[in-house]
Design a protein around this ligand. Structure first.
Ligand code: PEP
Ligand code: MG
Length: 887
């Protein structure tokens, strides 16, 4: 029979072997900590396999689970000496979720479970603290009603507010034991009223209710959104952890806190964290009270008064510091830890690999390799390539003027400017309309996840560095400033006031998540610094990487950025982008609207020197490296004039009448331009266009070779080829032009002619096509579109549903559909190589910058990937990781 419950603590472990897939991250590490002798409250984990089965069976538990859970409770009772549901010395437990991958705040938790009208009296007697017992009971009723009974939590909050108002209190701490007792009676009345039944007194009923609710929260809306954003499959399920409660709210020798073994924002080797005296766990994370610093150094650096834990509780702090070191050595990674001190006794509640900014990830990986804790290869494997994105974007120009109106905590680095928006729905809506948005909230909760995702930056008035806003923003790579206490937000009026200034919805503000500054207006930015840890890790990555990395770029600026980021050539230069230039568009339109070849040639003569200039600049920047230039690809109608004056301009340039032009424009209309007169079909019908482009390429190449001595290596690429014959015709035009130019200039240049593989027919007939083409570049944007029969421009409307329903694991335009499109690529590579063993193979669709797709390219042995300039470092790292995995 399958074992669904694994016990831990009190010197016992059922030996889940730290298996995160089975026990979830939290459960595996609780077991791990208990196994190395750390003080962990005893408990048990119900496995993720049970979650999967629970859903398969229609949300019911198998009969056998009852005995296993009873056994688990007996284990906790045995270790603690307390009894579940027995008033004399009642056992209270926490019930928490724990998926394979951490999903902070996304799923449900119930604390203080096991309290009822009788055990609360027992708890009061045993603890000698009536106030604590009744406060715990009311917290439990509130949490249970919200999470398990799904009652409106507003009613409970309101009852608490009224109770405080009646007494003239402002703080919860002013409430006495009898006040809490009276509130418990009110809470129970609310439950009876809203739920139609009294609050459950049977502790076993409470337990099963909570276990069901935690499993149920796996399919909550917010959990689904989080999974989608973080590529966590729905099939994984969550585990449930049931554990003896320990209390950080039993007076001034009790506390609760969260900590990182290194700074999660900068990566420095220093303990880092926050704690609250006399508080329960959720108080720190929820950002309701502003926590105190863990270390004296951090407190002094921040100029804060309230004592750090190091100063207030030196003995326990000493123990904690030892635990930090033990955990880092055991897990060989930076840890994120939750702990509670109950009347001077330290308890570890959680440890996991800490989420960190890209900057910290780099520093920690490089430092740990230098410390000898991990190898260089492990360091390379540790850093999430996608997270580098955070580092590769501009930051605020230190010399630009800034109108700073407030300062908060530097919760997630990077800078962002945008319009202030005060709720998540509006943030999403305005972002869809194309606005850059800064989401401003008193504090964020998991309900804000869509707004945070849509926003360029997040600003909160409350909460510390480990608040929901801070943790989630860091994970998403969004800049965030949190805990700006001086911000008076009026969410209803959609405005905030600070330092005598008012900011309303729609006003532009800037936040700097690296310094915590909040500014009015937008501020100039500067390019990122790529030396230091970044450079070191990239060097280590390049040592293990096999795939070459090129860039998709066509402007001199993009080419420079790409080269700076380490691009080893250009994999795709889309020449049509050069056609949109204001100085040329009229000539381009004249070419398109010409009635015959003669008319087209007149216009092309005007474009030739322009294109030659473009290519010469690119060749100079990429000196000595291969540059793949793709001949004209898009449907001609994309260049057509629209406005009256545009028609007039073209008519004048071409010396024809406006009416004739309009008629010609109408003739060019297509029903499905993506499958219409585009790609090499343009070259086949109007060879003079490709001839002009080829001439520009070769003339520029000769010119640069003569000037600089470093001959460029042009790779002339024909788009949207389906048949061998198309490529043959186009190659003929290109070769003839090359010959002519070389004869005129008295100098030859090495070059290649190849094709994009972006149609299924081309992939299938790659063997024949390779007889002509010297290289293939997989255009996976079009290949995905044509293989799936899904328009790349219209997919947005329904693809999210497809991903939600698991039809595609990820958006196939973002991450390659390895099973389908991937098979075509494999076929093409194999057949192409059979004909021409040294055929050069690369990929230049958007997938060239996606780590999972890059891993696939490594598996099938492509020669290079080509990505947009800012993704070049991501691709270098991903290629290194793929090589390490394959080895
Ligand atoms: C492709 O189709 O993958 C490609 C790179 O070309 P484009 O995106 O320009 O169609
Ligand atoms: Mg294409």
């Amino acid at each position: 029979m399958t074992q669904y419950v694994y016990r831990f603590g009190g010197g016992l472990s059922d030996g889940g072997q730290g298996d995160k897939n089975l026990l979830g991250g939290k459960g595996a590490n609780l077991d791990g900590m208990a196994s190395i002798g750390l003080p962990v409250p005893p408990g048990f984990t119900i496995t993720t396999a049970m979650c999967t089965r629970y859903y398969e069976d229609g949300q019911v538990f198998p009969e056998s689970l009852k005995a296993e859970v009873a056994n688990g409770i007996a284990h906790i009772e045995g270790v603690t000496g307390k009894k579940f549901g027995v008033a004399a010395d009642p056992l209270l437990v926490s019930v928490r979720s724990g998926a394979r991958a951490s999903m902070p705040g996304m799923m449900d938790t119930v604390l203080n479970l096991g309290l009822n009208d009788e055990t609360v009296v027992g708890l009061a007697a045993i603890s000698g603290d009536d106030r604590f017992a009744w406060d715990s009971y009311r917290r439990f009723i509130q949490m249970y009603s919200d999470v398990v009974l799904e009652l409106d939590h507003g009613a409970f909050e309101e009852a608490l507010e009224i109770a405080k108002e009646d007494k003239g209190f402002t703080l919860d701490t002013e409430m006495s034991a009898t006040d809490w007792q009276a509130l418990v009676a009110k809470y129970k009345a609310i439950v009876a009223d809203q739920w139609g039944k009294p609050f459950p007194q049977d502790v076993h009923e409470q337990l099963w209710g909570a276990v069901g609710a935690v499993f149920g929260s796996w399919q909550s809306e917010r959990a689904k959104v989080y999974r989608r954003l973080n590529d966590i499959p729905a099939s994984w399920g969550t585990a449930v952890n049931v554990q003896a409660m320990v209390f950080g709210n039993m007076g001034d020798t009790s506390a609760t806190g969260v900590a990182f073994t290194r700074d999660p924002s900068k990566g420095d080797r220093a303990y880092y964290g926050e704690f609250l005296i006399n508080a329960q766990g959720e108080d720190v994370v929820a950002g309701i009270r502003t926590p105190q610093y863990l270390t004296k150094a951090a407190r002094e650096a921040a100029g804060a008064k309230p004592l750090s834990m190091e100063e207030a509780m030196p003995e326990v702090y000493g123990q904690l510091a030892k635990v930090f070191d033990l955990l880092e050595t055991h897990y060989r990674d930076m840890q994120d830890i939750e702990f509670t001190v109950e009347r001077g006794h330290l308890w570890m509640l959680q440890t996991r690999a800490g989420k960190r900014t890209a900057k910290a990830a780099l520093k920690i990986a490089v430092d740990m390799a230098n410390e000898g804790l991990i190898t260089r290869e492990e360091a390379v494997a540790r850093v999430d390539p996608a997270a580098l994105d955070q580092l590769l974007h501009p930051t605020l120009d230190p010399n630009a003027p800034r109108d700073v109106i407030a300062k908060g905590l530097p919760a997630s680095p990077g800078a962002a400017s945008g319009i202030a928006v005060f709720d998540s729905d509006t943030a999403e809506h305005r972002a869809e309309l194309g606005d850059a948005v800064i989401l401003v909230r008193t504090e964020t909760s998991p309900e804000d996840i869509h707004g945070m995702h849509a926003a360029k930056g997040i600003l909160t008035a409350r909460g510390g560095m480990t608040s929901h806003a801070a943790v989630v923003a860091r994970g998403m790579g969004r800049p965030c400033v949190s805990g700006v206490g001086s911000l008076a937000i009026d969410a209803k009026a959609k405005s905030f006031r600070v330092a005598g200034r008012e900011v309303r919805e729609g006003d532009i503000i800037t936040i700097d998540g690296s310094t915590g500054e909040v500014m009015v207006g937008s501020v100039a930015t500067v390019e990122p610094e790529l030396a230091g840890d970044f450079g070191v890790l990239m060097e280590w990555a390049d040592k293990v990487r096999r795939l070459k990395v090129r860039a998709n770029a066509e402007t001199p600026l993009d080419c420079k950025v790409a080269r700076g980021f380490g691009a080893e050539g250009i994999g795709l230069c889309r020449t049509e982008h050069m056609f949109f230039d204001a100085a040329r568009i009229t000539a381009v339109r004249q070419m398109i609207l010409a009635e015959d070849e003669k008319g087209r040639r007149t216009a092309l003569d005007k474009l030739l020197p322009e294109q030659r200039g473009d290519f010469a600049q690119i060749f100079e920047i990429m000196a000595g490296l291969p540059v793949t230039i793709r001949l004209l690809d898009p449907p001609l109608h994309e260049f057509l004039p629209h406005a009256e004056e545009e028609f007039n301009e073209v008519a004048e340039a071409a010396g024809v009448g406006v009416d004739a032009l309009k008629r010609r424009a109408a003739e060019l209309h297509e029903f499905n331009p993506m499958l219409g007169h585009r790609g090499c079909r343009l070259g086949v019908t109007y060879p003079e266009i490709y001839e002009m482009q080829a001439r520009a390429i070769f003339e520029a190449a000769v010119e640069v070779a003569e000037k600089s001595g470093a001959a460029p290596i042009p790779e002339v690429m024909v788009p949207l080829v389906a048949t061998r014959r198309e490529l043959e015709l186009m190659k003929d035009v290109i070769d003839r032009t090359a010959k002519a130019v070389f004869a005129e200039k008295g100098r030859t240049i090495d070059y290649l002619v190849g094709t994009m593989i972006e149609l299924p027919r081309a992939a299938l007939k790659a063997g024949e096509i390779a007889e002509v083409g010297e290289f293939f570049s997989f255009g996976t944007n079009d290949l995905t579109q044509t293989t799936l029969g899904v328009s790349r421009d219209d997919a947005g409307r329904f693809l999210t549903t497809y991903v939600d329903k698991g039809i595609y694991a990820r958006d196939p335009f973002v991450s390659l559909d390895v099973e389908g499109v991937g098979e075509l690529i494999e076929i093409a590579a194999e057949r192409g190589r059979k004909t021409r063993p040294n055929v050069k193979l690369g990929i230049c669709g958007e997938h060239g910058g996606d780590p999972a797709s890059i891993a696939f390219c490594e598996t099938i042995g492509l020669d290079y990937v080509s990505a947009s300039p800012y993704r070049v470092p991501i691709a270098r790292l991903a290629a290194a990781q793929a090589a390490l995995k394959k080895a």
